[in-house]
Every structure is written in C-alpha cells, then in structure tokens.
Write a protein that binds this ligand. Structure first.
Ligand SMILES: [Zn+2]
Length: 453
C-alpha cells in the first residue's frame, strides 16, 4: 500500500549541486525484516571525517509564530536552508512540553556515546548543526516534500552548519519523533539509510527507541543495495565515533522514593527507587550498612530488604549503574522496628501489609486510592474489578492480618482490596469480585491498535 509510493527518497533538484535532500516517510513501514550481511562485504568507500565541523546539535522547537527559514546556502547561523526555495515559515510544534522533554532525552541518549552535545538552547553565532522540529505540513518547507516526516541535505560527508528537519506529523510520540530526528541529524554527518531495524538510520519498524548500532549493515531502505557513498555496508556507530570521539560518561540520577529518611521500617520493607540516565540504567543495588542485599535490573525499581537486619538504626544505600559502568548512589538512615500488625505499628498515613508499613488510602498513590494507570500508584499496580472499580493495590498472601483493617486479601489476585462495607475509599466495590485486570496489559493493547490504525 503505502510502501510502494514512498520509496522515492531522494528529491533530486531540490538543492544545490553539492547535496541531495533526504526526505522521510511520516510513518514507519510495516516491514520487519533486517537481514544481516554476509561477512566480508565492502565497507562504504567514503570514510568518516577525522573531525566534525561542530560538536553542537541545536534542537529548535518551533514556537507560536513558527520558525523562519531563509533560502540560500546551508547555514544554521542565519537560519538558511538549501532545501527552502524561498523564505518559509515552519509552523509551531504542537506537542506538549512533556513530549518535547522526552524527545530531548531520547536524542541525548541516542547520541550519548559520542562527544557531541544535544541542546535546545540556541548556541547563537557559532558553528552548529540545527535540527528544526515543527510544521503541520511537510510542504511548509518545500512544496515537493509531500508526505515527508523529515528531511536533510546529504553529501556523504560532514555538512557544516547543516539545517535538518523533523515535521510535526507523528503526534505526541517522542520515540517516533526521535527516530526521525536522529536519522536526519546523522544524514548531515554523512550517514545514509541502512536496513538494521534497531538503528535510527533504518526505514524499517521494529524496536523503539532506536540507537546507533556498532554493526556492519547493508545500505538500503527496504532491501540491501550498494551504498550511495560507495561499498555495500556502513557501520553507523563506528562512523560517528570516528568523527566525534567517545562521549563523557555521566552518572545516573538516583532518588530513594521510599522509605523516607529516618523512618521506622519493618523486616522485608520495600525500597522504591527512581533511577534515570542519559544512556540507560543497567542495574540498581541495595546495600544495608555497606553489605549488598538485592538488586533490580528493571524500572520501576523495587527492592525488598533482605532478612536478618537487627532492630535499631541502619544505613541504607542505593546504587545505580548505567550501561557505561558509571555508578551513582543515594544514602539514608533508617530505624528497623518490629513487624507491624494489621491494626498497629505504623505511623501517619501508612497501613500494615504483610507486616510492613506502606502508604495507605490517606496518601496520594497509596494502597486503596482510585487509579487509572499503574504509574499513579506508589506500588505501580492498578487493578480493576468487573464492575469497573480501579484501585492501587499491594500484594498479600491471604494469611490472617496480611491486609490492614478495611481491606481483605482477594484470593483471585493476591492483593489487598477495599472491603465492601468498610466505608474506606468511597468504595462500592466487592471484596469478592472474582476478576481483576492489570491495566498495563490493557494500555498496551490499546496503544498497539491505535498505532496501526
Ligand atoms: Zn533518511
């Protein structure tokens, strides 16, 4: 369907004799085949430049009045684009601040292995690559760009002060925007399309976010072809590394969300951690008085304190390590107390679940709060019963006192559920409701359908 009409990628005659423009389709193709090359294929003939013309990529978010683009030779310092045939206005990027921030962090993560800065602050009159994001129609830049998701000039080498573009045609989807933005910027460095579906330079759908792959990959859009820059394969990661050199490792940011500093805790208490990184967090580890307890490889990070911690004060350290091996840690003091019971032993808004004090109905996001998505819950678990009541839940095992007063342990799901007559939580739910649905699964199904519509 769409596949056949959008393979025309090179808009010859759009630009000066030294460059052709690369325009992208607005939506990913539904093709997932990314064949690996046989060994010994020819590397592209034109190597990476020894030095880049700049180490700054300026991500320009088009504001309310739009981005003014001037025609002429490629020069980001004067907002001049060789693709604009006349003075143009790229209209406002309509997506939210959140989408923009996610696009920026995705772009930073994508380029983090290399010594190049991704910024959305205008660097002014210094050499820089500029990536313009906006435009409710791809033809705002050039009438010939119908159906394009992004565009870049292309010479097989570095284009100093290049102006590249991602159009606002993907909706509030930061990873789709990031895929196109990362690809257009890389075209200005001299990289062409390749058929690895994990790499931003691909046209193939497949996993998101896409990251530059240190893999020899055939050039091509939907099937292998000789590289426009000579040879049969390119290695995007190696090319950018050769051009810019390696990036500076930056430690993750790690925050202990619970328990609070100085808090009384109970045996097998839960430590919830937020860890973020410009590349990716590899693992989060829990140390008690310097002794490693447990670790978690997957966000949201939830670590259960090991057995055998004596009552009294202890030092709790959480250590996050990113994929480059750079660690960061956060430390608090806690006081180990005896296990709580369903009716006593917890302070403030906490309630006792399985002998551990956890945030209860009085705490936003605590157990028993209404929810619509797991992210609204401190436990990261939001379940619905058959009548449509949705609550933040915590796990229980059905033993006597495993749930606090006002809750009962639902045997069907092993979670504490508001009891029907408790008066707790404005509940009209039923403690015997047999079927609960995890909202994470539901959300994934809805999202998939929408993406293919
Ligand atoms: Zn492209």
């Amino acid at each position: 369907m769409r596949t056949s009409t959008l393979v025309a990628l090179v808009f010859a005659g759009l630009v000066s004799v030294t460059a052709t423009a690369r325009a992208e389709r607005p939506l990913p193709m539904k093709i997932n085949i990314a064949p690996m090359p046989p060994p010994g294929l020819l590397q592209r003939a034109i190597p990476a430049p020894a030095e880049p013309s700049s180490r700054i990529v300026y991500m320009r978010r088009c504001p309310l009045g739009g981005c003014i683009i001037n025609p002429g030779g490629e020069d980001s310092r004067n907002d001049q684009s060789s693709i604009a045939g006349a003075p143009r206005t790229i209209s406002r990027f309509k997506q939210s601040d959140l989408v923009w921030d996610q696009l920026m962090s995705c772009m930073r993560a994508t380029y983090a292995p290399f010594n190049v800065a991704i910024t959305d602050i205008d660097p002014g009159n210094v050499p820089h690559y500029e990536h313009v994001v906006g435009g409710n129609s791809s033809t705002e830049l050039n009438p010939q760009l119908t159906g394009a998701g992004g565009v870049s000039p292309f010479t097989c080498g570095d284009i100093p002060n290049a102006m590249t573009f991602t159009f606002d045609v993907y909706g509030p989807d930061p990873e789709q925007l990031c895929w196109t933005a990362a690809q257009e910027v890389a075209h200005a460095f001299g990289l062409e399309h390749e058929i690895n579906d994990k790499d931003p330079l691909t046209y193939l759908s497949g996993p998101l976010p896409k990251r530059f792959q240190p893999t020899d990959t055939p050039c091509g859009e939907f099937q292998a072809r000789p590289c426009d820059c000579g040879g049969l394969i390119q290695n995007s990661f190696r090319y950018i590394l050769d051009m810019f050199g390696p990036g500076v490792p930056t430690p993750p940011q790690v925050t202990i969300k619970s328990p609070a500093a100085g808090k009384k805790v109970q045996p097998r208490f839960v430590v919830r951690v937020e860890a973020i990184d410009d590349t990716a967090v590899e693992k989060v580890e829990l140390f008690i008085d310097g002794v490693k307890g447990t670790e978690s490889m997957k966000a949201p990070y939830k670590l259960i304190a090991p057995d055998g911690i004596a009552e009294g004060p202890h030092t709790l350290e959480v250590r996050a390590t990113d994929i480059q091996g750079t660690p960061a840690s956060s430390t608090i003091d806690v006081v180990m107390g005896p296990p709580c019971t369903a009716s006593k032993g917890c302070d403030g808004n906490d309630v006792c679940v399985m002998g551990v004090c956890l945030a209860g109905p009085g705490e936003p996001g605590g157990m028993g709060n209404f929810c619509q998505a797991p992210t609204e819950c401190i436990s990261n678990q939001c379940l619905a019963d058959t009548t449509g009541n949705m609550y933040c839940v915590e796990g229980c095992d059905g033993s006597s006192g495993s749930c606090p007063d006002g809750f009962s342990c639902l045997a069907s799901a092993n979670v504490c559920w508001p009891a029907a007559d408790s008066g707790c939580c404005q509940s009209n739910g039923s403690a015997t409701g047999p079927t609960l649905f995890g909202l994470g699964v539901l959300a994934a199904l809805i999202r998939r359908r929408r993406a293919r519509a």
